[in-house]
Design a protein around this ligand. Sequence first.
Ligand code: DX5
Ligand code: ZN
Length: 215
Amino acid sequence: MSIKVSPSILAADFGNIERECNLIDKSGADWFHLDVMDGIFVPNISFGMPVVKAIRKMTSKPLDVHLMITEPERYIEKFIELGSDIISFHLEATNKLEENISLIKSNNVKVGIAINPDTPIDSLIDIINKIDLVCLMGVFPGFAGQKFIKNTFDRLKELKKLIIDNDSKALIEVDGGVKADNYMELRSLGADVLVAGSYIFNSEDYDLVIKKLKE
Ligand code: DX5
Ligand code: ZN
């Protein structure tokens, strides 16, 4: 399977969001990565339903929604209604892990579990066969443009092994700090999806960077 690229719109210019989304829509990007934050689970507030709704109208590419919110069960149905194709929520943010997975799956939406850089990989063991994707954070969530945490490489190896050992079909998405100096290694260690925000949106030519990430 070829590598997928999911540009993080958080790093886009919100004053020109339609133009930014059109550029991504026309590019070789596979998905749109939408980072929803609540100011509680993470120390930042990004955007919520109205923005997801607006972006849904701008593209037919899959919306890869990353919920960085406490008790995501409060809003999962809303994000399903808005047309999300993949919903990832944080393992650390809920004690309704299994219920949330079932809720998302029963609506024919793909389910992802996101884990922070300090959450053990083996905490995924009981659910690795029930989910479609693991969103492995390369930074502590909250902001675009942070430095990649190197230990993510070892965590990626461990996660790949967990997936293979359990015959799981879950994809590995690496999110945070993905850039020129690490994407090749992330690919060779088995990442299936690369999220990139500042690397794409701080460049002159988004499509060129996306092509590089995929080639
Ligand atoms: C971090 C977000 C990431 C982030 C990626 O809280 O989940 O998706 O926007 O941005 P870069 O690629 O700039 O680290
Ligand atoms: Zn994200």
